[in-house]
Design a protein around this ligand. Structure first.
Ligand code: ZN
Length: 236
């Protein structure tokens, strides 16, 4: 377990060399918000961090429900029954094992979905504010993908809308040494549109589901949008 802290954000990482998975903790003045629990391996570390910071875990948000982002939810909910679970409506359908109901245009939903018993308390919609984080719809990886943004410190947590493992990439633009987010991406065109939407924000730190935090990523984001766009034009 590795913990990296940038301003209000703590990045917890497991399996760093093989299949790096990040779980995030965003520190509010009097509570903590977990973004993407990842696997149940994170639970004891989250509880330890909560004690160390002397702040309760109040909310948990999901960028999307692929199993490497959500499979520890039932375990965390058992340990902290009061935690409020937030998930986008479309992702809720995916989580309930109904991928076709979540599709928009008939493209096949990809990736692994774990069976989760915990029901969300709140279905997230674009523009919703949870604590000091704004929910921004960033569809593409799955259809209901959400990013969470604090406009004061410029931190954004994007899940798999972008990856930083083995090089920054927009969802769907495959990186040879870490191709998994690309292989699990549903709609590459929408993923590029979502990355363009994010590139218009003031971003100081990009926090992805897989890979290190990227500080001052603006130019890099514009470069990988260009790369992903060019690849798409070549294949269409
Ligand atoms: Zn994913």
């Amino acid at each position: 377990m590795k913990i990296t802290t940038y301003k209000n954000l703590h990045q917890l990482t497991i399996l760093g060399r093989i299949f790096p998975i990040n779980c995030y903790v965003y520190e509010e003045p009097d509570s903590l918000t977990v973004i993407d629990i990842g696997t149940s391996l994170f639970c004891k570390h989250l509880i330890h961090l909560s004690k160390k910071l002397n702040k309760p875990i109040k909310n948990i948000l999901f960028t999307h429900p692929h199993s490497d982002h959500i499979s520890g939810l039932d375990d965390l909910k058992k340990r902290i029954p009061s935690v409020m679970v937030h998930l986008s409506e479309r992702d809720y359908l995916l989580m309930k094992g109904n991928p076709s109901a979540a599709a928009i245009d008939g493209l096949q939903i990809k990736g692994q979905f774990a069976k989760i018993d915990t029901e969300p308390d709140i279905l997230i919609t674009d523009g919703m504010i949870i604590g000091s984080l704004h929910a921004i719809a960033t569809p593409g990886h799955p259809p209901g993908s959400m990013s969470f943004y604090n406009e004061n410190n410029g931190i954004i947590i994007v899940g798999d809308a972008m990856q930083t493992a083995c090089g920054l990439a927009v969802a769907g633009d495959k990186r040879f040494f870490f191709p998994f987010p690309a292989l699990a991406t549903w709609n590459k065109e929408l993923a590029v549109d979502s990355a363009i939407k994010l590139s218009k924000l003031k971003i100081n730190a990009l926090a992805a589901g897989h890979g290190d935090l990227l500080i001052n990523p603006k130019e890099s984001i514009l470069m990988v949008i260009d790369r992903a766009g060019r690849k798409l034009r070549l294949t269409t």
